[in-house]
Design a protein around this ligand. Structure first.
Ligand code: HEC
Length: 224
């Protein structure tokens, strides 16, 4: 890893001038929680709740690439030998691709050192259990309401027609409906897929099944 202490010191001094606050020091938890929203698209802080990225529960002080049960680490991260202390997390969040070339986290980084300090304070507080993070991850699909419980799927022409447990039918152009699986503890019960809106405009959605084997058996080719 290349280190540029002089440049870093100058940048830190500039940051101090620009923001009127020390570049190092205790971050602000409220601002940190705000900044963490960008992470929650891909990470949860709930233990064992892996999404695109691994659960960040207990990440502080842990060896990189070792969250139990996360199966999609890049070889690059697993081989990095990093331990997630303050310095390494700060460098990672500045520019992940520079710290571990070839890693799988599709995130450009956070240039502002003050924002990183706030975020790190938050990650540390959540990781140690001092603050509990709202789980903005996926909803628990075992608790889906009748309006989202799919009871039948018919396919005709280019259209899927879904019936939900509240008796309503929903029509989707076949290209706008995705079939997904969630085999985790929060996934749907066996044989009871759940409808989730996935776009801003309501024309796109996903049906989440508990297992891939259920999908084609559930869909009937039927025009009526
Ligand atoms: C687009 C999805 C995405 C976003 C956004 C994202 N991450 Fe990640 N993150 C990942 C993935 C995927 C990995 C695994 C990388 C690998 O294996 O190379 C990862 C890995 C990590 C790791 C290493 C975990 C470990 O167990 O070694 C940390 C720490 C981390 N991310 C923190 C963050 C923080 C903090 C943010 C918000 C500023 C963030 N990530 C934003 C997808 C994302």
């Amino acid at each position: 890893m290349k280190r540029q202490p002089c440049r870093r010191a100058i940048l830190a001094a500039l940051a101090t001038l620009a923001f009127g606050a020390p570049a190092h020091g205790e971050g602000d938890l409220v601002r940190g929680a705000q900044a963490a929203r960008a992470c929650m698209e891909c990470h949860s802080f709930a233990p064992g709740r892996h999404m695109t990225g691994p659960s960040l529960a207990g990440v502080w002080g842990r060896k990189a690439g070792t969250a139990a049960g996360f199966a999609r680490y890049s070889d690059a991260l697993k081989r990095s030998g990093l331990v997630w202390d303050e310095r390494h997390l700060d460098e990672w969040l500045t520019k992940p691709a520079a710290v571990v070339p070839g890693n799988a986290m599709d995130f450009p980084g956070i240039a502002d050192s003050r924002t990183r300090a706030d975020l790190l304070a938050y990650v540390k507080a959540v990781s140690s259990g001092r603050v509990s993070a709202p789980d903005r991850g996926l909803p628990n699909l075992k608790e889906a309401d009748a309006a989202s419980q799919v009871t039948a799927i018919r396919y005709c022409g280019d259209t899927y027609r879904l019936t939900t447990a509240d008796g309503k039918t929903h029509a989707f152009w076949e290209f706008n409906l995705r079939f997904k699986t969630d085999g985790s503890a929060e996934g749907p019960p066996a044989g009871k897929p759940v409808l989730l809106g996935t776009g801003m405009r309501g024309d796109r959605a996903a049906v989440v099944f508990s297992r891939p084997e259920e999908i084609s058996g559930f869909i009937r080719r039927q025009c009526a």
